[in-house]
Ligand binder design. Structure first.
Ligand SMILES: [Zn+2]
Ligand SMILES: [Zn+2]
Length: 487
């Protein structure tokens, strides 16, 4: 009975002591140790007093326990770790320094096989990792499985930081582990760690390295089939997207330059011709502003409009574009429409790129997070990608609207924007409404498109070839859009 009482008292003391140790009550701990408690005695979870002091960063207690003969590298806890391991997991740099000064061995492995540097990398405490390396720990020191800290970072830490840090500290990209002969790049590919793979490739990691089973290239292909989310290393799918995107971007540039640089169909006349025009038209009583341009002093061809920005008459003028700073007329209208089409497709590619980035890099759970949570996840994931997304949305919106309007006018009405505006203006003055489609230039959807884009399709179609700078009406009454009665 006396023995039992003694044990009970001892157990109670231990509980109090461990609690005091956790909360750092130095004086109470001292009292209990002085009363005869063995400093090396672990509690029922096999954890020593030094462990509790280390995990809670109590430097005074550690100093006291060490003076009383605590074992600095005592193994304890579920993972069979030393107090140093516990301090590293918690990120207590000052405690790590103190324990190393007390003689702790950073090369001891815990129950999972990790040494101190591995733990610092695993828990992303870079300052501790830097300190351990400065104290002589090898950057490529293997753990019990032969894994270097770089392999661990590539395998377990999604994100660039620890991998980048180790590469900067000259970690080897060609080291292999003992079990599967995996390089750090193997580890990154297996884990689908895109950021780490990127950094390792930039640091010169070889894609030809072979592990115990397959070459890295085969592994990448395997991973591609298993994980659709792996993007940056090239597969043919990814290469196709890149080629299509490049072709699309080239088309945008090409059609933009063709739109700007092509003469839209300026109506030209020499000084002599201008004088003759005035004389002939004035004497025939036809000096009418609807068929004679007083700015250019020329007889306007059919469908020509005077552009005040270009200060010239433009054949079959559509409008003056602020985006290309040029007139859109008979000779560059089709380039402008093709520019809008390719520009809109480029916007679609950018949407696709943003969505792919988000699905690969930003774990989102719309159902759980709700709209606001998902939106803030996107902002925090990559503000730059979000910015690109909004920019693409803005430009795709306006180009899509203009393109749809242009295609409607070209295919269904056979008219230019300027003609449509004039007709709509006249329409308002008429007692009954008349369809815009009833005009002499509307040849039907198919023929309108064939003529506009000059489609031949190996002789299948015969587009009408008309030089609109040379098409004149015989008199003012035949000027279709100058006279509402003709509509
Ligand atoms: Zn003019
Ligand atoms: Zn113009």
């Amino acid at each position: 009975m006396k023995t039992f009482m003694l044990w009970a008292e001892f157990a109670l003391h231990m509980v109090f002591l461990c609690d005091h140790c956790r909360f750092g009550i130095l004086e109470r701990c001292k009292e209990l140790v002085e009363a005869g408690y063995d400093i090396r005695q672990p509690d029922k979870e096999n954890v020593s007093l030094l462990h509790w002091a280390a995990i809670n960063n109590r430097s005074e207690l550690v100093k006291y326990y060490m003076s009383k003969g605590a074992v600095v590298d005592q193994l304890g806890g579920d993972l069979n770790s030393t107090p140093l391991h516990w301090a590293i997991r918690q990120g207590h740099l000052s405690m790590v320094i103190q324990l190393l000064r007390c003689g702790a061995d950073p090369s001891i492995a815990d129950g999972e096989g990790y040494r101190s540097l591995h733990l610092a990398i695993l828990f992303q405490h870079m300052a501790i990792a830097a300190y351990l390396m400065a104290k002589g720990q090898e950057v490529d020191g293997p753990d019990c499985n032969g894994q270097t800290p770089l392999m661990l970072a590539a395998q377990k830490i999604i994100g660039p930081e620890p991998t980048n840090f180790l590469i900067k500290n000259n970690a080897s990209v060609s080291a292999v582990d003992k079990v599967n002969r995996n390089t750090p790049l193997h580890c990154a590919v297996l884990a689908g760690n895109v950021d780490a793979a990127h950094i390792l490739l930039e640091a010169g990691a070889s894609v030809d390295a072979e592990n115990i089973n397959v070459s890295l290239t085969e592994l990448i292909q395997y991973t591609m089939t298993k994980r659709a989310k792996y993007v940056p290393l090239c597969s043919h799918c990814n290469a196709t997207v890149q080629v299509l995107f490049t072709l699309n971007a080239t088309a945008v540039l090409y059609y933009y330059l063709r739109t700007c640089r092509t003469d839209p169909g300026f109506v030209k006349a020499t000084e002599e011709e201008k004088k003759m025009n005035v004389l002939v038209l004035a004497e025939a009583g036809c000096l009418d502003p609807r068929i004679f341009c007083t700015s250019c002093m020329i007889k306007k061809p059919m469908r020509a409009y005077h552009c005040f920005t270009c200060d010239a008459c433009v054949a079959k003028q559509d409008h003056h574009s602020i985006w290309t700073n040029s007139c859109i007329g008979a000779r560059n209208h089709h380039f402008f429409v093709l520019f809008l089409m390719s520009f809109m497709m480029l916007g679609a590619w950018m949407f696709y790129g943003c969505l792919m980035y988000w699905s690969n890099h930003c774990p989102m759970h719309y159902m759980e997070q709700g709209l606001w949570g998902a939106a803030s996840a996107l902002v925090s994931c990559s503000p730059w990608v979000l910015c690109v997304f909004f920019l693409a949305f803005y430009h795709t919106s306006w180009s899509a609207m203009i393109l749809l309007l242009q295609l409607y006018q070209i295919a269904f009405l056979g008219l230019t924007t300027a003609e449509r505006n004039t007709l709509m203006h006249h329409q308002r003055k008429l007692p009954q409404s008349i369809s815009l489609r009833q005009n002499p230039y509307n040849l039907g959807v198919m023929r309108n498109l064939v003529s506009f884009f000059q489609l031949r399709c190996c002789g299948l179609f015969k587009p009408a070839i008309i030089d609109w700078t040379q098409q004149f009406t015989s008199g003012r009454d035949q000027h279709v859009f100058g006279h509402p009665d003709m509509v």
